[in-house]
Design a protein around this ligand. Sequence first.
Ligand SMILES: Cc1cc2nc3c(=O)[nH]c(=O)nc-3n(C[C@H](O)[C@H](O)[C@H](O)COP(=O)(O)OP(=O)(O)OC[C@H]3O[C@@H](n4cnc5c(N)ncnc54)[C@H](O)[C@@H]3O)c2cc1C
Length: 717
Amino acid sequence: TPPPRRAHASSNASPPGVAMATTSRSGRHGSDDEESTPAMRRLRRLSLHLLQPAPEGGGSLGPAACAGKRRAGGLDADAAALTAYLRGRHRKMQARVYEFYVARPELQTPVELPMAAHRDLCFRQMAALVREAGVRPLSLMAADPAEYFAVMEAVGGVDISLAIKVGVQYSLWGGSVINLGTKKHKEKYFDKIDNLEYPGCFAMTELHHGSNVQALQTTATFDPVTDEFIIDTPNDGAIKWWIGNAALHGKFATVFARLILPLQGKGGEPADMGIHAFIVPIRDLETHAVLPGIEINDCGHKIGLNGVDNGALRFRSVRIPRDNLLNRFGDVARDGKYTSSLPTINRRFAATLGELVGGRVGLAYSSVGVLKVAVTIAVRYALLRQQFGPPKEPEISVLDYQSHQHKLMPMLASAYAFHFARAYLVDMYSEMKKTNDEDVTADVHVLSSGLKSYITSYTAKSISICRESCGGHGYAAVNRFGGLRNDHDIFQTFEGDNTVLLQQVAGDLLKQYQQKFKGGTLSVTWNYLRDSMGTYLSQPNPVTARWEGEDHLRDPKFQLDAFRYRTSRLLHSVAARLQKHMKTLGGFGAWNRCLNHLLTLAESHIESVILARFIEAVKSCPDEKTREVLKLVCDLYALERIWKDIGTYRNVDYVAPNKAKAIHKLVDYLSYQVRLVARELVDAFDVPDQIIRAPIGMQSEAYAQYTQGVGFYRQPT
Ligand SMILES: Cc1cc2nc3c(=O)[nH]c(=O)nc-3n(C[C@H](O)[C@H](O)[C@H](O)COP(=O)(O)OP(=O)(O)OC[C@H]3O[C@@H](n4cnc5c(N)ncnc54)[C@H](O)[C@@H]3O)c2cc1C
């Protein structure tokens, strides 16, 4: 019996031009021609009859019929088993954080909140986490970075402003002190940063320079008479800008400034030793008054993240003791002599910035968390929402439209892919912290730059697609997309602008490429390039270029080879172009002439890394059923990316026209297959309802919660 129809204002009939989400039992989406055959029509009817009505929602406004759950090819997804596999080592800690905030309604962020109240709440949320829930982020970071990042993701679920506030205090202010300082700094500051007695800032960016850190102008001049440094803002372009925690709460700042040693340059001129970091007290510990010589102004209302108090600081001859130089990579003795284990300004600069990658790792990590929330809301709503249907038949769920599957299923697959990639990044970061191995450090630097850029750009675009895919209800603030989009958007810029970071990835690839030619070794992550010059750069095999069988296309070897082939080709060709342009344009001009090519190369490489991790994760999954589901998701991730860049593959005949067509068809088919297990796949993220919060994204009774939210009370049934 067909389930009862839900009354709605628009016509039940399919509007002209709206294709039915028809699918044959073989799973392939048919073309219009195919669907018009009697057999296809029968199959379509049959599949629609098999739809199960979903449980009723609340009262008269509940959903009439949901497209229900159908299985394809016997593939069955068990959300609990998937969760067990996805769940990180620190899920317990995350649960503790969630439970803490759930039990404290006064610490939850309401949908509407003025900036001042939001900043105040955000500080109280952080203070409660530390002082009442007993979470000590800096200790966690030192003992087990993976646990620290898990906490960051959890607090981001409460409010992204809170995650950034915590990140400023611990990754940036705390991280700079423990990573750039020495024993004396840890002894003096560690506990007080950890227990929030010393709220602080990370003051790197200036009005005129953000990305180009080497061009910062703030100075720290050594005064040998008083044994102090004098911090100065030489002009308004050097005002420290955007500094988190500065407008209201910070008592200290790690200030990045040029270290100037008087009389030590050529001919008795002052010597500029390059950028160093200094601890500068900015507010009185007792009264909280701004200290003399320092001027602080508020950067004001922002597009998002208004729980974070960003401020601008100007220094006029502010004196700090010599001990306040964070002296791990360079020190000044009492007599003004400079010493460093690193021989050049560039090496010291690289080492200093290299120690700050933790923030970048944290952003990549949290961005995956944001993507999971957005995708979960959009997929659950798409399963629930019904619009149109075949004449005289129940409406279908919008996730049964091919276009909707096309929007959301590759995104769901990407969330899985990024999940495994971020776990790898955190493992590498933890190893780097443990071993201080130079190769691992170099890998982590490039990997964190690449993954941070790639993931945050992808998530930013995806949030908008999720909003659109939820139609009008996606626009209600209570359904979260506006907040997520605005708060997350800046992830693309801070901790390194994405376009700038991708260039570091490209630069590293080129360095590896040159080293390869010189007979050098390659670092761990880039190992595949070893084979690339031989295998990947030979002419594509005209026989395999025509293979179009599903087994072949779903073979991880084919997929990974295709990704790596593209990267190797891009690398080879950009190296040649750079060499050619170098002669006439010089290094900088040649780089700029090839910039888009370089960015594509970096993205391509990062996609290869992500796919390799995903394939590895599928292989390592001990439960066969779960492995099959993950394999399906992984295939979609890989083939959709290949299809997106099919022009490149076609241009070099890596795939023949028939193969390109087969890939396209398979992407549609896999999107449909993933749709069949989409509910389980999002449930497996195991994000509690209190974190999802959007009424339309709840596990059940979505419409009921939504209608109650605006004031309609549930009718007794
Ligand atoms: C909300 C917020 C919080 C922040 N918190 C802090 C903080 O606590 N502490 C701190 O020190 N800083 C902070 N920042 C600053 C942030 O780190 C910088 O904004 C960021 O590093 C980018 O620098 P920029 O703004 O100078 O951008 P720019 O470098 O000026 O970039 C502008 C545009 O130019 C492009 N561009 C720049 N260089 C290149 C290039 N070489 N090739 C191609 N394109 C290029 C970029 O892609 C971008 O599109 C914060 C910023 C914001 C908005």
